[in-house]
Design a protein around this ligand. Structure first.
Ligand code: DX5
Ligand code: ZN
Length: 227
């Protein structure tokens, strides 16, 4: 197992990349921690991106490991395939999974980090007793489906409670946020306990992509030290 990157981790979302210049846009994020890959099925969310064949090519091309975010129905059936193609981390939605613990164990058995995501309206308490089953919890800070939406600050108390609970239980689970993360909002999420940050438009919309990754990391680090 390669050494895991230290917090704060910055995972640019390639949903905001140029899909016909994917190789170029993957190379631009070589200084990031993971490439965040949003798989959408036009069913769990009202948008469609790519499936395993594309993700396999992205995996072969990316200079950094993949952090796959599955916004799909029936992850119990489809998520293991993403671990099998070599994604370092596979996150499925709690709302869509019929047996989240069995699925997380299967992902780990294949060799991936197992992640679970919750939408803004989904409470986190049901996860407290399963923290050990996961390597990452993704607290969505927008409704999943599209890039470029506004950050929802009302999700922060949930993140804070999860972070407190993880500390109380001595858990090393990573807490990820995704949606509307920018220079303006990353400090709020970091102060509330996030250690892993997805950013699409804030990275790929910047004039200098590499500088945007560095700046986001510095802002997150400073805010975590202050809190
Ligand atoms: C939204 C996706 C996000 C999206 C974030 O459903 O899960 O990963 O790419 O994009 P920004 O950072 O632009 O909000
Ligand atoms: Zn995502």
């Amino acid at each position: 197992m390669p050494e895991l990157p230290a917090a704060p981790r910055i995972n640019p979302s390639i949903l905001a990349a140029d899909f016909v210049n994917m190789q170029r846009d993957l190379e631009r994020i070589a200084s990031a921690d993971f490439a965040h890959v949003d798989v959408m099925d036009n069913h769990f969310v009202p948008n469609l991106t790519f499936g395993p064949q594309m993700v396999e090519r992205i995996q072969a091309t990316s200079p950094v490991p993949l952090d796959v975010h599955l916004m799909i129905t029936d992850p119990d059936r489809w998520a293991p395939g993403y671990a099998e193609l070599g994604a370092a981390s596979v996150t499925f939605h709690l709302e869509a999974a019929s047996d989240p613990i069995a699925l997380a164990r299967r992902l780990r058995d294949i060799g991936a980090r197992a992640g679970v995501a919750i939408k803004p309206g989904t409470p986190a308490e049901s996860l407290y007793d399963m923290l050990d089953e996961f390597d990452q919890i993704l607290v969505m800070t927008v409704e999943p489906g599209f890039g470029g939406q506004g950050f929802m600050p009302e999700t922060m108390p949930k993140l804070r409670s999860l972070s407190d609970e993880a500390k109380r239980r001595g858990s090393s689970v990573w807490l990820q946020v995704d949606g509307g993360i920018s220079d303006r909002t990353i400090e709020i999420a970091s102060a509330a306990g996030a250690d892993t940050f997805v950013a699409g438009s804030a990275v790929y919309g910047a004039d200098d992509v590499e500088a945007a990754v560095t700046r986001l990391r510095e802002l997150a680090r400073a805010a975590s030290l202050e809190s």
